[in-house]
Design a protein around this ligand. Structure first.
Ligand code: GTP
Ligand code: MG
Length: 310
């Protein structure tokens, strides 16, 4: 049944859920007011999350084994395609996102101004409560690396509070099983020229489970994805420039060693060898950067000329 508040648009909320029995009931109950259906993907939780979600009115989609956050989102997109909905809103089950902000996330899609909306804590009007400093730093580093590789200027690449239009639901394809999916989705949307928009939101950390240290290992996985993506797209920046720096440092050390020669030749052997290997490492990095850049240009050229693809 359609929610009369949504002006004829069919909207479902998708909640990735893994052992969230303390919060899922409240999140489902609050979310129901803003959408037509709440779908939770339970990924082999060992607690009562699935039972509570169902008793609060959610449809629960079960994975028998844990497929990770990315696996849960793949299932949610599949459900949205099968149900042929206009809008899919994704929010966390741990209470960090406020369901009352759902109308703000879907509005740019309803207005035809966006296909992919991110609830951001770092744009004007957005904020975060009780966020640990290490999380803030991690998010800033990941966001900087990801913006460098994609030329997107997104302030909060790590917010899981997102809404997708029918066009985005149909076109987006992703592979990652972990949290790095947050970046893969952005890159895919950018490549497919989907309109991405950020709206302010509040993301809280004073929730029962709080932020735990698995967030650090998730953070490293996301950062590794951002760096690999950056080195594939801008090899000269990631490999060539540091290579040039090492080569310059090696050369400076070599001059220093030669200038320092007095009566003992032995005195320059150690610094000389050090400067040599630093210089060679620099040259190797620069060469790798150049080769990767040429391969990238060649493949692009081939795709455009032979297959008409950009
Ligand atoms: N289906 C599914 N959901 C998951 C999985 N891991 C996390 N989630 C859910 O995804 C949402 C976000 O996960 P969190 O672990 O809170 O990640 P986070 O908010 O980035 O990190 P924190 O700062 O630790 O809260 C929550 O609703 C989790 O229940 C998983 O393996 N499968
Ligand atoms: Mg969380």
């Amino acid at each position: 049944m359609q929610n009369p508040l949504n002006g004829g648009y069919s909207i479902i909320a998708g909640l990735p859920m893994y052992n969230e029995e303390e919060t899922i009931g409240t999140v489902v109950t609050m979310t129901k007011d803003f959408v037509d259906e709440v779908v939770c993907v339970d990924d082999g939780s060992s607690d009562s999350s699935a039972r509570i979600a169902e008793s609060c009115g959610a449809t629960v989609h079960r994975h028998r084994v844990n497929r990770g956050y990315g696996g849960a989102l793949k299932s949610l997109f599949q459900v949205a395609r099968e149900k042929d909905v206009d809008i899919l809103v994704i929010l966390d089950s741990d209470g960090q996102h406020d369901p009352k902000s759902i109308p703000d996330l879907v509005q740019p899609i309803i207005d035809g101004e966006a296909d992919f909306v991110i609830g951001s804590r770092f744009v004007d009007g957005g904020k975060t409560e009780h966020m640990p400093a290490y999380r803030r730093l991690g998010i800033k580093v990941i966001t900087a690396a990801s913006n460098l590789s994609s030329d997107l200027d997104i302030s909060d690449t790590q917010s899981g509070f997102r809404a997708f239009s029918r066009k985005a639901i149909e076109r987006l394809r992703f592979d990652s099983d972990g949290m790095e999916l947050s970046l893969e989705m952005l890159e895919d949307a950018n490549e497919k020229n989907l309109q991405i928009r950020e709206v302010p939101t509040v993301i809280r950390y004073d929730v029962p489970k709080g932020s735990n240290f698995t967030a650090i290992s998730h953070g490293f996985a996301v950062l590794a994805y951002a760096m690999i993506s950056l080195s594939q797209k801008k090899p000269i920046l990631v490999l060539g420039l540091p290579g040039l720096g090492l080569f310059a440092a090696g050369t400076a050390m070599a001059f220093n060693a030669i200038n320092g020669v007095t009566d003992s030749v032995d005195a320059i052997v150690g610094p000389g060898l050090t400067s040599l290997w630093i210089g060679v490492l620099g040259i190797s990095l620069m060469a790798t950067g150049l080769v990767l850049q040429s391969a990238r240009n060649f493949i692009r050229h081939l795709l455009i000329k032979e297959f008409g693809l950009a």
